[in-house]
Ligand binder design. Structure first.
Ligand SMILES: C[S@@+](CC[C@H](N)C(=O)[O-])C[C@H]1O[C@@H](n2cnc3c(N)ncnc32)[C@H](O)[C@@H]1O
Length: 290
């Protein structure tokens, strides 16, 4: 490896590899499942009349495209994501619908955004994967104009989200190499502790911090359920390396485990999340020399 290049983090490897591929393959299902969150963020763009919008960890771009639709012709909506393949899909989607949304592949923790260039920073599940969350949110603060708003959606605890943990719980006896979640480590539930999130934002220079629980009803077609749990999350990643017989056994076991969430031809669950709000009140800290 070129010694002048930064070493990719585990998250960069993951999202440029298996996790990124899984989200691309399941993009339509995920966008349907998480449409209510897209609506919440689009409502925020509408309510704040923001035109310069940054979408953090934008993935395949669904929420950036939604923001750009609301911001209209005068809007300048930028999606940023560490995953090159996901950004490539986002750009293709933007071109497909003639959107003005732009996308860059970059690490939010380190990217040199133009200072004070955004009036609103949004994210749907894209802020829990930082190795150094203070560096990331301080960088976002520098990229924000004074009085800019931050509105980010993150998961509450695993215990409050039985649908999101059903696959791991059911598969654990069959897949002994399933990775164990470490509390607070980068990952889906890293922001479960609202006090930790508040102190990260405070340390990063954000003010008027307000973190509220939201319980959001999500639905998608039952026929997409097996494709969802065999691709996504830790189970999806481990299944890639599993023999066909185990794979079949895990799929059958998991399908039964998801029965409580199946209602006729629909999957329904409640997503227990935080709506994280903050304002760029104080002047941003100067960027460090390193
Ligand atoms: C759970 S996905 C959410 C994607 C998208 N926001 C959505 O709702 O469809 C998390 C996203 O965060 C991105 N991500 C993780 N670490 C990042 C970082 N340091 N900088 C930028 N993006 C990052 C991943 O590549 C991934 O696309």
């Amino acid at each position: 490896m070129d010694a002048t290049q930064p070493t990719p983090t585990d998250q960069a490897v993951l999202w440029n590899g298996r996790a990124g591929r899984a989200w691309i393959d399941a993009q339509a299902t995920l966008d349907r499942m998480f449409a209510p969150f897209e609506d919440l963020l689009a409502d925020t763009v509408r309510a704040t009349s923001a035109r310069r919008v940054l979408d953090v960890g934008c993935g395949t771009g669904g929420t950036t495209l939604a923001a750009a639709r609301v911001a209209g012709a005068q809007g300048d909506c930028l999606g940023v994501d560490i995953s090159e393949p996901m950004v490539a899909v986002a750009r293709k989607r933007a071109a497909g619908e003639g959107s003005t949304a732009r996308f860059i592949a970059a690490d939010v923790q380190a990217h040199a955004f133009e200072a004070a260039s955004f009036d609103l920073v949004i994210s749907r599940f894209g802020v829990m994967f930082f190795d150094d969350p203070v560096a990331a949110f301080a960088n976002l603060r520098r990229a924000s104009s004074t009085h800019a708003r931050l509105r980010a959606i993150a998961w509450r605890s695993a215990a409050e989200n039985p649908y999101m943990t059903a696959a791991e719980r059911a598969a654990a006896p069959l897949l002994p190499n399933l990775p164990v979640r470490a509390p607070g480590a980068p990952g889906q539930f890293a922001f479960a502790d609202r006090h930790r999130v508040a102190s990260i934002l405070q340390e990063s220079g954000w003010g008027e911090i307000d973190i509220q629980p939201i319980d959001v009803n999500c639905t998608y077609p039952e026929k997409e359920l097996v494709g969802y749990f065999t691709r996504l999350g830790a189970v999806g990643q481990v299944l890639e390396d599993t023999d066909e017989a185990t794979r079949r056994q895990v799929t059958d076991t998991l399908r039964t485990a998801f029965d409580p969430f199946v209602h006729g031809d629909e999957v329904r669950f409640t997503a227990a999340c935080w709506m994280i709000a903050a304002t760029a009140t104080a002047p941003p800290a100067p960027a460090s020399a390193s």
